[in-house]
Design a protein around this ligand. Sequence first.
Ligand SMILES: [Zn+2]
Length: 340
Amino acid sequence: MDFPFKTLQEFNEFFKDEKTCYEFLEQQRWGGTPVCPHCGSVKTPYKVKPRGMFKDIPSYRCAEKECDLPFTVRTGSIFEGSKIELRKWFQAAYEITTSKKGISSVELATRIGVSQKSGWLLNHKIRSMLQMTATTQLGENGNHVQADETYVGGKNKNRHKDKKVEGSQGRSAADKTPVVGLIEKGGRVMTFVTENTNAETLNQIIEENVCAGATIVTDAYRSYSTIGNAYNHITVKHEEGGYVTERNGHKFHTQNIENFWSQLKRGYVGIYHYMSPQHLHRYCNEFATRYNMRGVSNLSRFLFVINNSNTERITYRTLTPNIANPNHPKRKLPPTNSRL
Ligand SMILES: [Zn+2]
């Protein structure tokens, strides 16, 4: 397919109306031949006159007698049930994937002309589509892997002195959420929102995501001291003034993962101002995907999101769990995230 847009203006001219957006999504999801999202049938469906304000969007009814259900290309995708025009979804996806440091919900809402609540929901849903799926482990190409953790949360120094949390500026952060990161030198990053950074947690993440035999570089944090014999573990000792450790003529450091943390934290402070623990894994995914797609064109990023739209529905209700309900699945922090 030929995409004649390079700028936002060209993008908006290309996706000039709802019909164009529906037809584009049909091409992406179905390759042009409708597939019933209810039963999976590819039997040519009946065309149905669409209801609602857009009279010319393609609408169907399944041709299988037992199914017979109506659908459009939105059905069974993240766009299902949304009152927001597909065109605005596309614009939001483009804005989010092409912004270098992320975009706040308020700014997104203003740019595409929706309410603040819709802007927030769009931002979160599109962020959830920025998740990549892992097919290989890190280190398989022979490059070393850097492992490190950081803590995300309010800045202690900005708090009123009555509210300062002791020890929260460094590692044992009482009110911050730990995030563990793995980065392959010259390759991709993976992030994991965790409940703690003890040896068991870190070892599990490393064993699941770094191939055996790889070289792992960490700082001297004691939880890393039990990294198994399956790895060639190199420790960089920051406190001794040396940030680089030399081994067999090669220099090792943890600068890449630390740079990634800086990007995440700049986004936190400068764009989002706050990332709640329950949504933190989505922000981390967003920044990880942005990092991992650093060499990819704007168009490819946009298509990546659109082609990831075939996921479970995330509604405002599932994003804002009822805090009074202790059994709500979203109350617990997911143990691992951002599987790239
Ligand atoms: Zn069907």
